[in-house]
Design a binder for this molecule. Structure first.
Ligand code: GUN
Length: 277
């Protein structure tokens, strides 16, 4: 029987630990403040932002909300980021992505002070991760490491295959697994013989953005499968990049969708906020 990794439960444990930490910080006169910036009306982004604010409330982090219209110019957004950078009461700044097409996302992310970059997207933090220095780490890959560790799954010396090379998940995921002493392979849309490569994995991490793509032909018997994807299928049911029902009897551990990696992203965002103080 596969271990079904309960990301909801593990993320709740982390949030409870953070809540205690924030209570202690308050006794010492320290307040944690996250500024959340949302531009436009993307419905998915609105849900994500609402969930982030809810998590802040639970833990005792003060959240400041900036909801700007779709037509906001890049200069106006950069001016807000600059104001938040200079506000000593603000510890973390999160600009929800995607931004409207007329705004240069890279320019905005690079404008956030690296010390307040709780998403871990600033080139300085990405660079620090790549040379093993302490900095803010992208929340989803950091959440995957926490899920593995808290589920008692050893990483050192394991063959880890990551499918997907995005800046937000695939690349930082590879660096974090390397830091944990795994042997890491990163696959992408041009990888030849993807099935054969994926089948080498003791730990297979899938972040390719294709609903139910990975079936048991991609998975070694007894592997650990981490599914970072989230989609709605033709019946409006949530599913991941992995065909869960096809692989579940074939693996030693697996994350479900929903309730696997998803809740960990917010928990790690909260951790970055608390650690930014
Ligand atoms: N949009 C989708 N995921 C994320 C995330 O983790 N951070 C931000 N800022 N925007 C997102």
């Amino acid at each position: 029987m596969a271990l079904v990794i309960d990301g909801k439960k593990i993320s709740n444990e982390i949030k409870d630990e953070l809540k205690l930490k924030v209570e202690k910080m308050k006794e010492e006169g320290k307040q944690v403040t996250l500024a959340v910036v949302l531009v436009g009306d993307d419905p998915a982004s609105k849900v994500y932002v609402a969930n982030k604010k809810k998590a802040c409330e639970y833990i005792g982090i003060r959240s400041l909300s900036y909801e700007l219209p779709e037509q906001t110019s890049q200069a106006e957004l950069l001016a807000l980021v600059e104001k938040l950078n200079n506000d000593t009461d603000v510890n973390g700044i999160l600009v929800q992505l995607p931004l409207p097409a007329h705004i240069d996302e890279e320019a905005v992310l690079a404008a956030i002070s690296p010390a307040k970059d709780v998403d871990g997207f600033h080139p300085m933090n990405v660079g620090k991760l790549s040379i093993g220095q302490k900095g803010m780490v992208s929340c989803t890959p950091a959440g995957v490491i926490e899920l593995l560790k808290r589920s008692g799954i050893g990483i050192e010396g394991k063959e880890c295959v990551i499918i997907g090379r995005s800046n937000i998940v695939g690349k930082p995921m590879a660096l974090l697994m390397l830091k944990e002493n795994a042997t890491v392979t990163v696959c992408h849309s041009r990888t030849k013989n993807l099935k054969e490569v994926a089948k080498r994995a003791d730990i297979l991490i899938v972040a390719m953005g294709k609903p139910r793509f990975v079936n048991k032909e991609y998975v070694k018997e007894g592997a650990v499968v981490i599914d970072v994807g989230i989609h709605r299928d033709e019946n409006n049911k949530l599913c991941g990049d992995v065909d869960y029902n096809d692989v579940v009897d074939h693996v030693s551990a697996i994350t479900p969708v929903p309730g696997g990696v998803g809740p960990m992203t917010i928990a790690m965002l909260m951790k970055n906020c608390v650690e930014s103080v």
